[in-house]
Write a protein that binds this ligand. Structure first.
Ligand code: PLP
Length: 396
């Protein structure tokens, strides 16, 4: 018999659809995959070079559990320069990707039955990581009218004596929405008044378009900084998903607890990837700017196309690399006798009939939507969007 806790965990639906599209491609099917959760760009050369040098220099042994001091210092400098946050190296824990950082955070914070407020739509792993650490995810729906951002009123409706933390993800996966300083201030005031932790996942901070800008909730005042665990990493900003480096910034006592947990679970993150991360954080940031230009052009194209297609709509995403598309107006329609009815159905039919992979919103707590990533080339995006349009035109 397997553990009940393990059996209550759902496999990641985003990885599942991506795996299915990749398998179809490997079988020779011409699939356009809008499922990807990672940049399609190669890791920049100077970052790869730093890793190659690390290997040649014999930098191949254990490092301190929470990461090398040089890297912790580089992260402190980044947090100061980009976010106006002052942290010391002993407040930084470097882990095997931001997903691992989140796992450490909830392992450090939660007692059995503690509740974590997760605004929906939400990235699929949050609820499962909370459950894996004996917590209870409290999924709170947000409204499209508020651009899917949680309000104090919604928080007040969800908070109980067991609430331990609020999760904030800005820029958001899957909606692409970015919280303003004012909206974050409202969340911060709510958390401070009730002494709740805020877990602030800022992994998409470098990918923000137009006039919008990233604000870390921890930068609003010292009280909220004390209660916040900032999550960040290099996966999305520097096209380094495979290198597996994420990090947290928070109070030293929480960092120490996470470091103890990590010391038994995985020890230090990969030494070579740590050297590469120093190069990413301290080297030229032109690579980030270049990727952002490409993402921005793709976003504009997709938003225009969706807005011009009857039956589809979306709220313009201002960050990350996803468009969250409302398909609910198609739910009464069908293709060759197969009804659309749900976003799961829509995604399955689209893959089968039009050879286009999108991620249904059900796993994100938003069953009227599907998520389309624009981390793929412009030509593929154009072909994929045309296929979606043709597919919709065929629905009766
Ligand atoms: C919102 C969000 N947080 C964290 C992660 C995990 O990033 P990493 O690859 O660093 O584990 C992802 C990856 O998809 C994400 O979308």
């Amino acid at each position: 018999m397997l553990s009940k806790k393990a059996q209550s965990i759902s496999p990641s639906p985003t990885l599942a659809i991506d795996a299915k599209a990749k398998k179809m491609k490997a079988d020779g099917v011409d699939v356009i995959g809008f499922g990807a959760g990672e940049p399609d760009f190669d890791t920049p050369e100077h970052i790869k070079d730093a890793a190659v040098s690390a290997i040649h220099d014999g930098f191949t042994r254990y490092t301190p559990v929470a990461g090398m001091l040089d890297l912790q210092q580089a992260i402190c400098e980044k947090l100061q320069a980009d976010n106006g946050l002052t942290y010391q190296p002993n407040e930084i824990v470097v882990s095997n990707g931001a997903k691992h950082s989140l796992t450490n955070v909830f392992a450090a914070l939660l007692n059995p039955g503690d509740e974590v407020i997760i605004p929906a739509p939400y990235w699929v792993s949050y609820s499962e990581i909370v459950k894996l650490n004996d917590g209870v995810p409290v999924i709170v729906p947000t409204q499209a009218e508020n651009n899917f951002k949680i309000t104090p009123l919604e928080l007040a409706g969800a908070v109980t004596s067991k609430t331990k933390a609020i999760l904030i993800n800005s820029p958001n996966n899957p909606t692409g929405q970015v919280y303003t300083a004012k909206e974050l201030q409202a969340v911060a005031d709510f958390a401070v008044a009730r002494n709740l932790y805020v877990v602030s996942d800022e992994i998409y901070e470098k990918l923000i378009y137009g006039e919008h800008e990233h604000v870390s909730i921890a930068s609003l005042n010292e009280k909220i900084k004390d209660l916040t665990i900032v999550i960040n990493g290099v996966s999305k900003s520097y096209a380094m998903t495979g290198w597996r480096i994420g990090y947290t910034a928070c109070r030293a006592d929480i960092a120490k607890t996470m470091s103890s947990i990590q010391s038994h679970a995985t020890s230090n993150p990969n030494s070579i990837a740590q050297k590469a991360t120093i190069a990413a954080l301290t080297g030229s940031q032109q690579c980030v700017a270049d990727m952002k230009v490409a993402f921005s052009q793709r976003r504009d194209y997709m938003v225009d196309k969706i807005s011009a297609t009857p039956g589809l709509s979306c709220i313009e995403p201002t960050g990350a690399f996803y468009v969250f598309m409302d398909v609910s107006s198609l739910f009464e329609r069908s293709l060759n006798g197969q009804a659309v009815q749900t976003s799961d159905n829509f995604a399955a039919l689209l893959l089968e009939q039009a050879k286009v992979a999108v991620v249904p919103g059900t796993g994100f707590g938003a069953p009227n939507y599907v998520r389309l990533s624009y981390a793929l080339g412009m030509e593929q995006i154009k072909t994929g969007m045309t296929r979606i349009e043709n597919f919709i035109n065929q629905l009766k």
